[in-house]
Design a protein around this ligand. Structure first.
Ligand SMILES: [Zn+2]
Length: 412
């Protein structure tokens, strides 16, 4: 099935890279790809014409840290939920993301090849999904959701858990190869303690150097990379030294550690909104009190970490890491970033930097010939005021040249 051709007229085309808007442009989309951006000479007889009347046409957003199968914020309860429930939760969440303007999402633990198949076959609508499979964690690490009294053995195939436990070089190799076999586009490794895990400390480091080397070696052998969950400078530095390409969260990033990102060609993916949302609504979403106390410990540092990264020119992608019912607050991440960065910086994080992180520069995160037609129409200019995007939301959303949210009739 080929997507219909579209000709957008009177479009104000937003280029996040240069932070400019070009008025009165025509944009032609053929076969799901932007084929031309230009003036009145751009035309195509078979295309459906949409007069944008000066509205902004911009690339769809890229969220580089989601958990679409996390149907509750109580991660210990996740393994006891039926697959059917978590799958339907994911389907609803994917559809909602698209309506919010997120046209690419990188899942950092939980999503699997089945969701990718369902998206490809049109059983569900959603963003392009890049997934890690299950996140790799050591025993007692951030992916180990067993309570201290729990004596059960963890089975990596058991249930809709977001992580799998592996210890020792041969086990982490097997786990890495297994997730790659199942179609993972990247691997996720837990490098430090976390807020939502019941038995670890945030300042712990996780996995031995040999284990990290093995995970990175397996990812590189498959031409993939590793995303690492890390909070402290010690955990971040260790991750970068062992070849982790994207650091997730990074709340305690300091001035000594930030320059190392450039040395290692690495990205930072802050996730401020998850702490903000959990601090406010975590209890109602199912998070236990001990975890909420850990959230409060890291929340304010997240802004300092972002400020440090920004000052050192670290490539910063957009991430959210929201769990359960809190996923509806996804676009609030852009608003929180605005406390530290300009709208242009925030939009670049959500588009071109995300595309570079996904190794899809020029294909995603831009409105230019050759890019996928993942497009948003917005009333107003988000470079002046992000609220036209975050509060009102996009008027219409296209993914791969298909209109997937909103109605073009309402644009006239
Ligand atoms: Zn996460």
């Amino acid at each position: 099935m080929t997507a219909p051709a579209w000709l957008f007229t009177h479009a104000a085309v937003l280029d996040p890279e240069t932070a400019t808007v070009s008025g009165d442009r025509r944009v032609l989309v053929v076969d799901g790809v932007v084929s031309e951006v230009g003036g009145d000479d751009v035309d195509f007889s078979g295309a459906r014409r949409v007069d944008l009347a000066g509205r902004t046409l911009m690339p769809g957003l890229i969220d580089a840290h989601v958990h679409v199968t996390a149907a509750t914020a109580d991660l210990s309860a996740l393994p006891r939920l039926p697959w059917s429930f978590t799958t339907l939760h994911a389907a609803a969440e994917l559809r909602a993301m698209l309506a919010r303007g997120v046209t690419s999402a990188r899942d950092c633990g939980g999503a699997d090849h089945g969701l990718v198949m369902a998206l490809e076959q049109g059983l569900v609508t959603g963003p392009r999904l890049f997934h890690a499979g299950k996140a790799l964690s050591q025993t007692g690490g951030h992916g180990d959701v067993r309570q201290p009294g729990d004596q059960s053995r963890h089975d990596p195939y058991c249930c809709p858990d977001f992580g799998r436990i592996c210890d020792g070089v041969s086990e982490v190799r097997r786990a890495a190869r297994d997730e790659l076999r199942k179609g993972a586009t990247h691997l996720k490794a837990m490098l430090s303690g976390g807020a939502a895990s019941p038995t670890d400390r945030i300042d712990s480091t996780q996995f031995s150097g040999e284990e990290l080397d093995a995970i990175v070696e397996e990812a590189r052998a498959a031409d993939r990379y590793v995303a690492g969950h890390a909070y402290t400078p010690r955990a971040i530095r260790r991750g970068l030294e062992h070849g982790i390409r994207t650091i997730e969260h990074g709340n305690f990033l300091d001035d000594d550690t930030a320059p190392r990102f450039a040395e290692h060609d690495a990205f930072l993916v802050p996730t401020l909104v998850t702490y903000d949302a959990l601090a406010r609504d975590g209890a109602a979403a199912g998070m236990p009190p001990a975890s909420i106390a850990k959230i409060l410990e890291v929340r304010d540092d997240g802004f300092r970490g972002l400020e440090t990264a920004h000052r050192h020119g670290v490539p910063i992608a957009l991430g959210t890491d929201l769990l359960g019912s809190l996923q509806s607050q996804q676009l609030h991440e852009l608003t929180l970033r605005r406390e530290v960065q300009s709208p242009a910086d925030v939009l670049r994080s959500a588009t071109t930097v995300g595309a570079a992180l996904l190794r899809r520069r020029g294909e995603l995160g831009t409105v230019a010939p050759g890019a996928h037609a993942d497009l948003l129409v917005v009333d107003g200019n988000p470079l002046d005021d992000l609220a036209v995007l975050t509060r009102r939301g996009p008027v219409a959303v296209w993914r791969a040249g298909e209109l997937v949210s909103g109605a073009v009739d309402a644009l006239g």
